[in-house]
Each structure stands twice: as structure tokens, then as C-alpha cells.
Design a protein around this ligand. Structure first.
Ligand code: NAP
Ligand code: FE
Length: 368
């Protein structure tokens, strides 16, 4: 495959290691008054909120109502709160849901418009600066310019993007992921893996995105037996957090592909966690991509020390063993999900220029 031209842009400062938030001290503050955005439990369970509050100078107000797969209403509320309180920067703590919601709030805090307008018209005033502190190792949102929201009117999830959505600083402390239940650890780990693989198998892959994707896949591979056995020590969590951020760095350059495009319907209509929704589509995706870019797929398998696409599928099955029931789709529903996926931008990034019939095959093979 001939390498694409590129310009590499990743403006987020990354501070990585145990204890980095407390060590940041007063430099954690990017202004006078912070809007701290988080979910209902993650900031407290992980210990990240305690660390932030222990060192943060100035004032703050907390919005801790972000739900999984955040809604337009939630980001509207947070944006309005930031405006009312006069916040001049945002601290996001949590998984991808609070991080993404915080990004949209950082825009709405300084642009008094409806969140849905942002998709149509963009925004005039640059978002408030964002500090991102991930407590899952999955989305890489702390180093991307994307914010994915659930759009009820369109019955799907959609990403906003803008250069000002890259957080100003990301503090990465693997200790914050220790409180994750095993199921969420696995789901989010598979999201990170799907970013790395999809970026490497993207039409938009560049030498720069490959650097991150290759290193990330190798690191992710070192955690496979811990993920299988459900015994994740800090070393494995360390590797997963780095792999997740490398996945973010990679998709910031390339975007994701048909896997994410299909996964959105599995999450929206079947409440499947985001990473798992990607994971179930992965084997059929790799089978398809083997037909169009075999060398790249072989490299993925080698880095993960898996000897076939089937072995990759078996790994996904092993990680989602607690999946209750399997999804059954009528031909009509399957066609509707494929149609939705075909309308996304992600689909255009997929090698092989997949058409409806390719996606139908991939989705029906995935929902066993
Ligand atoms: P999440 O939806 O943020 O969180 C899942 C669950 O884990 C929540 O119940 C959360 O609790 C809990 N949790 C988080 N950290 C915890 C911790 N340390 N200890 C205990 N529980 C914890 O999951 P996610 O997979 O990280 O994020 C998924 C979202 O990110 C999706 O909307 C997806 O579309 C988006 N995404 C964004 C990007 C991007 O580039 N921006 C890329 C991929 C995916 P709380 O209720 O307290 O939050
Ligand atoms: Fe994702």
C-alpha cells in the first residue's frame, strides 16, 4: 500500500504516570473557575476527583450527571451551567462519555446555540480550554478532536469534530482505572483495540498514524492473557491506558471505519456498550479486509500474537462471555442498520470501498 500524504496535528499535552494530577498542583488550573464534568460515580470511585480537588486553586462548579452515551440535553445543561457560573475552563473526569460531553459543553459555554446546530453550522467562538482525565482505558477521547453524542431525532450516535475539541492537557494515571469492573475493563479495552486496528486498516492511514497504531497494538497484545483471565494488575492497566491513548492519537489522524459505523446501531437500539459493539463486528470485518489488504491484516494478527482471524474472533467471544442472549435481527432491521452505517463518514475510510451488500454480510456474520 502506498503511504498517504499527511500533516500531523496533535496539540494535546500528555502527562503520564502515577500521581500526575497531584504533582501538577496549581498548574492543573487553566483559568479562574472550572466546570468539572463527570459521570455519576467514576470520578469519585477512581479517586481522580479527590486528587483534583486536593490541588485545584480557584473556584469550581461540578456537573456530575453525564450518562453513558451522552445526550444533547445533557450537554445543553452543562453548557448553560458553565455560562451562568462564568466558568473559563473545563476539567473532564471519567470515561469517554463524560470526556465527550465536556467537550461539547466547552463549546456551548461560549456559543449560546442549540447543540444540534453545532453539527450543521459549526461554531464561531473557540471552545473553552479542556483538561482531560480519563478513568477508562478505551476511547482515547483525551487526545482526540471528537465528541460523540446520542442524537435521538436521528436514532443514532454522531461525532462532532473541531481542532478546539482536542483537550489542552491530558493527565493519564493508570491508577484511576483500577476501580473499573471487569466487564467495563474488557469492553473499553476492545474499543481501544478497535481504534488501533481500524486506524491501521483505514484508507487514511499515514506514516504518523501507523507509528501510534503499531506501537499501541503491540502494547495491547501484552494484556491479552490478563484480559482473558480477568486478573489485571497495574502493569496491565498501564499498558491498556497507553494503548488506548495511542489509539486516540491514531484515530485523530484517520477516523474510524465501518466497525464504528455498524456499532452505533448496536449501541443505540440494543444498549450494547460501545467497545463490545465494535468487538462483535471485528472478526467479520477482518475477514472482509483480508480480501482487500491481506498484508495489513496479517500484521495486526502478528502484533497480537494471534494466528488467524478466527483466533481473533475467539478472543472477542472469550472477553464477552457474560453477554446475555444474542441479538436477533430481521432482514428489514439489518437493512436499516446497514443503511444508517452507509450514511456515516466512517464508512468512507474503510479499505475496499464496502457497499451495502458487504456491510450486510459483515453485520449478519457478527450477530451470531
Ligand atoms: P463510559 O460510558 O464513559 O463509562 C462506562 C461506565 O463505566 C459508566 O458507568 C462509568 O461510570 C463507569 N466508569 C468509568 N470509569 C470508572 C472507574 N474508574 N471506576 C468505576 N467505574 C467507572 O465508557 P467509555 O467506553 O469510556 O466511553 C464510551 C463513550 O465514548 C461512547 O459514547 C463512545 O461513542 C465515545 N467514544 C468517543 C471517542 C472519541 O474520540 N471522542 C472514541 C471512541 C468512543 P459513570 O456513570 O460515573 O460515568
Ligand atoms: Fe470508539
Amino acid at each position: 500500500m502506498q503511504m498517504n500524504r499527511f500533516d500531523y496535528f496533535m496539540p494535546t499535552k500528555m502527562v503520564y504516570g502515577q500521581g500526575v494530577v497531584r504533582e501538577a498542583g496549581s498548574s492543573l488550573a487553566l483559568g479562574q473557575k472550572a466546570l468539572i464534568v463527570t459521570g455519576r460515580s467514576s470520578a469519585r470511585l477512581s479517586g481522580a476527583l479527590d486528587d483534583v480537588l486536593a490541588v485545584l486553586p480557584g473556584e469550581h462548579v461540578i456537573y456530575d450527571e453525564v450518562e453513558n452515551n451522552p445526550s444533547v440535553d445533557t450537554v445543553m445543561q452543562g453548557g448553560a451551567l458553565a455560562r451562568k457560573e462564568g466558568c473559563d475552563y473545563v476539567i473532564a473526569i471519567g470515561g469517554g462519555s463524560p470526556l465527550d460531553a465536556a467537550k461539547a459543553m466547552a463549546v456551548l459555554a461560549v456559543n449560546d446555540v442549540h447543540a444540534l446546530d453545532l453539527y450543521q453550522n459549526g461554531w464561531e467562538t473557540r471552545a473553552l480550554p479542556i483538561v482531560a482525565i480519563p478513568t477508562t482505558a478505551g476511547t482515547g477521547s483525551e487526545v482526540t478532536q471528537y465528541a460523540v453524542l446520542t442524537i435521538e431525532d436521528e436514532e443514532t450516535k454522531k461525532g462532532l469534530r473541531g481542532p478546539d475539541l482536542f483537550p489542552h492537557v491530558a493527565y493519564l494515571d493508570p491508577k484511576y482505572t483500577e476501580s473499573l469492573p471487569l466487564g467495563v475493563t474488557r469492553d473499553t479495552a476492545v474499543d481501544a483495540l478497535s481504534h488501533l486496528v481500524e486506524s491501521y486498516l483505514s484508507k487514511r492511514a499515514t506514516a504518523a498514524s501507523d507509528l501510534a497504531a503499531l506501537q499501541g497494538m503491540a502494547l495491547w497484545g501484552t494484556t491479552i492473557s490478563a484480559l482473558r483471565q480477568g486478573t489485571l494488575d497495574l502493569e496491565a492497566r498501564d499498558a491498556l491506558l497507553l494503548a488506548s491513548s495511542l489509539g486516540g492519537i491514531a484515530i485523530a489522524q484517520t477516523g474510524t471505519t465501518l466497525v464504528h459505523a455498524l456499532g452505533y446501531s448496536l449501541t443505540y437500539y440494543h444498549d450494547m456498550p460501545h467497545g463490545r459493539a465494535n468487538g462483535v463486528c471485528m472478526q467479520a470485518y477482518l475477514d472482509y479486509t483480508m480480501g482487500v489488504a491481506p498484508e495489513r491484516v496479517k500484521t495486526v494478527l502478528e502484533l497480537l500474537e494471534l494466528d488467524s482471524v478466527e483466533a481473533f474472533g475467539e478472543l472477542m467471544d472469550a472477553l464477552f462471555i457474560d453477554e446475555v442472549g444474542k441479538i436477533e435481527l430481521t432482514a428489514e432491521t439489518l437493512a436499516a442498520y446497514v443503511d444508517k452505517a452507509m450514511q456515516t463518514n466512517n464508512i468512507k475510510n474503510s479499505l475496499g470501498d464496502p457497499v451495502e451488500s458487504d456491510l450486510s454480510k459483515i453485520l449478519s456474520a457478527s450477530i451470531k
